[in-house]
Design a protein around this ligand. Sequence first.
Ligand code: ATP
Length: 221
Amino acid sequence: MLDVDVTKQLGQLKLEVAFQSDSPVIGLFGPSGAGKSSIINMIAGLSKPDRGTIKIGSETVDDTAIGLHVPPHRRRIGYVFQDARLFPHRNVSQNLDYGRRMNKLAPDPAHFERILNLLDIGHLKNRRPGQLSGGERQRVALGRALLAKPRLLLMDEPLGALDQERKAEILPYFERLRDEEHVPMVYVSHDPDETRRLAGHVVMLKHGRIAAQGGPEILPP
Ligand SMILES: Nc1ncnc2c1ncn2[C@@H]1O[C@H](COP(=O)(O)OP(=O)(O)OP(=O)(O)O)[C@@H](O)[C@H]1O
């Protein structure tokens, strides 16, 4: 369960949002500048709300009333961005292992193999990021996040830099993640079709506020 009730002044924009859901995928949907990434950054712990609370499952990670702010590396959250942000001089295996090592988790070869199979990236292990397609890079970035065994995965426009064909190639992997790995996700997008396909609960944002929230039926056609 994710429960967010925060306000934050961002330059001219006052972000003021409250939503909670135990849907496997929560979609944050809205136009550019609506405040989607700012919410994701607060859930990740990369920025602090001016006021409010954030709860992930049973743990409160932010509560401004008592000065509580759990730092990002203690939140057990995975983050996937629009650009994969892989280390260019390390091969795929080394990139994949990074999340696990940063979180000081013991090697888990069975989990490693399962994630590689789930994302079909086993054959890419020895390549460097520059030798991968955009879609392959995103699958590796997703694998790296998953291998850190996050309790929540934040996806900020993960398909935003890809063309339609690549998007269609990757969406089924996100569905497998949701249906087979059961990793809860917050999925940011301004594409209604993508959001409809993945999200059980949709939060529609406009100018830093919630314009509507509910099932995918609230999305525009
Ligand atoms: N640290 C900051 N200081 C001042 N203004 C900020 C800060 N961070 C974000 N903003 C502003 O807040 C607004 C919301 O930005 P945000 O990146 O959250 O929107 P978004 O919905 O994710 O947009 P996009 O789809 O373009 O990524 C923007 O107008 C942005 O310029």
